[in-house]
Write a protein that binds this ligand. Structure first.
Ligand SMILES: [Zn+2]
Length: 180
């Protein structure tokens, strides 16, 4: 939050700075009936610009107890509610650093690529194939899907890798990242 990458117009900054300051001071914002460390704002100048701000949780255990994410042991997923949206389990808890969390589900052709990237970045993970071997043979390997689980301590990092890998290409390749 220290430096804002895209240039912001003065009016928009006026709208969002109370949110930014609240978040920087460790506060939560109301979003429906849950508290989140994020906000959405629209530029008053004809609403041509909208902004979504969110606190990126760092990997220290301090910030992980901020209460943003809850974890269901049955389903190994992260979510914001107080009960699991998949199985309805109410005994959810704040994730521990080595809890394996559902990251993403990919077709087998992409799963290999993602595995390589996770390995290259030193992120531990395990995978679950979603079809039995017999069924996969009938339908063909292309339709078999693979679920990835990573420890909560690496979840943010892994999530960013997935996004970078599978995000739709927006730029026409004219920008090259100097980092790595
Ligand atoms: Zn569950």
């Amino acid at each position: 939050m220290e430096d804002l990458c895209p240039p912001l117009c003065h009016e928009l900054w006026n709208v969002i700075y109370p949110y930014v300051f609240a978040l920087q001071n460790g506060g939560n914002l109301d979003c429906g009936n849950i508290k989140v460390k994020s906000f959405d704002a629209v530029c008053p100048d004809g609403a041509r610009v909208s902004i979504h701000g969110e606190v990126i949780e760092s990997e220290t255990s301090d910030s992980m107890s901020g209460g943003k994410a809850m974890y269901c042991e049955n389903c190994c997923i992260l979510f914001a509610e107080n009960r699991c949206p998949v199985c309805g389990n109410k005994k959810v808890r704040i994730p521990e650093p080595d809890d394996y969390c559902f990251l993403t589900e990919k077709e087998m052709i992409w799963a290999g690529m993602l595995e390589d990237v996770l390995k290259q970045n030193g992120i531990p993970f395990f995978t679950k194939q979603m079809l039995g071997a017999g069924l996969a043979l009938k339908i063909g390997p292309m339709s078999e899907r693979c679920r990835f689980y990573v420890p909560y301590s690496h979840f943010q990092e892994a999530d960013e890798l997935v996004e970078a890998l599978f995000a739709p290409v927006q730029e026409e390749g004219k920008e090259t990242d100097p980092e790595e």
